[in-house]
Design a protein around this ligand. Sequence first.
Ligand code: PCA
Length: 152
Amino acid sequence: MAQIFIYGTLKRGQPNHFRMLDKSVGAAQLLASVVTTERFPLVIASEYNIPFLLNLPGQGHRVHGELYRVDKPLLHFLDDFEDIPRMYQRTPVTLKVKEWLGQPDDEEMSVAGSIIEAFVYSTTTYQPDWPSLPHHENYDSQGDHGFRYKRR
Ligand code: PCA
C-alpha cells in the first residue's frame, strides 16, 4: 500500500479519474482532500495540455488535490501511465489535510490539519519556459484557462 497525492487529470471529475476506479487493475481508496504545505508551480503544458507539478518548491501556489491509498498493482499501473521516469518522477511530498473522506491508517490522524507524507507525480524534466507559464492552485481541465486536456 502507498499514499499518493493526486492533483491533475486523475482527480474526481477529471478526464483520467476512471483509471483510479478500474478494479481489474488494482484498488484505490480516497482518504482526504489535501493541500501541499509548500508552494509548487502547477502548469498546463505540452501540445496535449497536460498538468505538471514542477519540482520547484517555493514557487507558485500551495496545490490542492486528493489523497489516495493505492495498492501495489495500481501504483505500478499509474507509474506506467505517467511514463515514469521520462515524463514525471514519483517524489515525496508533504500535505495538510483539509477534510478526511476515508479512514486514515492511524486513527489519531483523523483530524483536519493533520500533516501527511505521500508520493506525487512531479517533474524535473521540463522545457525551460514551463516555470513561467501561469501557475494553477486547483487543476480543472474545464477551467477558465481554456487549455482542455487532449488524450494522446
Ligand atoms: N495525473 C497525475 C499527475 C498529473 C496528471 O494529470 C495526477 O492527477 O496527479
